[in-house]
Design a binder for this molecule. Sequence first.
Ligand code: SF4
Length: 429
Amino acid sequence: MAATRITLERDPSVARAIAADPSSACESDLTAAPWSFDAAPGYGPGSSSADPFPAAAPVQGEIPAEYRDASDAELHERIRAARTTLGERVVVLGHFYQRDEIVQHADYVGDSFQLARAATEHPDAEAIVFCGVHFMAETADILSGAGQNVILPHLGAGCSMADMATIDEVEECWEQLEDVLGPLDKEDEDGLVPVIPVTYMNSSAAIKGFVGRNGGIVCTSSNARTVLEWAFARGRRVLFFPDQHLGRNIAKAMGVPLGLMPMWNPRQPLGGSTAGELEDSRVILWHGFCSVHRRFTTAQIDKARAEHPGVRVIVHPECPMAVVDAADESGSTDVIRRAIEGATEPTTFAIGTEINLVQRLAAQHPQHTIFCLDPVVCPCSTMYRIHPAYLAWVLEELVAGRTVNRIGVAPDVAVPARVALDRMLAATP
Ligand code: SF4
């Protein structure tokens, strides 16, 4: 256990940990420079590398050699200098799962929704550099002002879970549900429509727009229960996408029987269920998942309990149901962070979420023993693509008066997506 425990208090960088001991990582390619993979479509090395990559997903072009060849020290100095020159014209946002080499330059660090809100608090900034993944930058663009540009430093930083529900697949699903359930906008005698679409924040702007157009709502891992209550007050059932695990875990905690939660596999007629199963359902779960959180197992929890009596096991609700059930607690990244911050006595925590966050929490709280349940170092591969070289490049381009890697959402998508996001804001305290 000692060889794989993630308690590098003095140097929390996952990249350096992998470089020091490549055998600790899930893929040896993680020691290569991220631009080695920019020419080929794909998520790059890490947890999502084996997930199917959509043909339409953006691919990052080659960045200039001066960035690829620069030392770490030079890149950090160039980032700091560009930030000083740009001043309040730019806001840099860093997701919890981002590399430490990037997080150190961020004005705000948080989950996707916290960061989207942070973007709205700077209406005078010309540019919002979002060091996260594609759907987060889209959400920031939807919520930010008309004159602001949202920049994603690496266009290949997608999210394999978000990519598991495309707009074409969701629209096809909606049509098939209408064939089974009747007109989907027609209320019954109780004032309920047949189905309310609910999308996790981790979805494309097109999906959020679909939800907004069809009476639905967005949720995050923090507010999923409140959002499902909102949906059940308006519909007989919920179509939840793209993460089956979050939907199942939250609905189960609300008392929905597992037998009333059929799966929708977009590659099968009626999603692989019968018409009767769909009619009887309360929550229809899309066949999506996060390849980071799918790695966690009950065997890892058993091992942590055997080796650390009294350990507090906290996992993210994107983990499979059996893992959530076996843990002591489950909650969003912010819930995990606050649980550790709130522990007044030295405590041993085994955490089931992305390694960059776990390792950073361990470095920030040396009074506790904090380790990742997964003994293999396997970062979110898409977040991992944002290396300081790309951040230096986009910032220096801004200094030169050029905007590269802008993420923009067309108004016909942004307007209904904003409706779905505003419903969430109104529904959650
Ligand atoms: S951790 Fe999972 S859900 Fe989050 S961005 Fe990475 S692949 Fe997507």
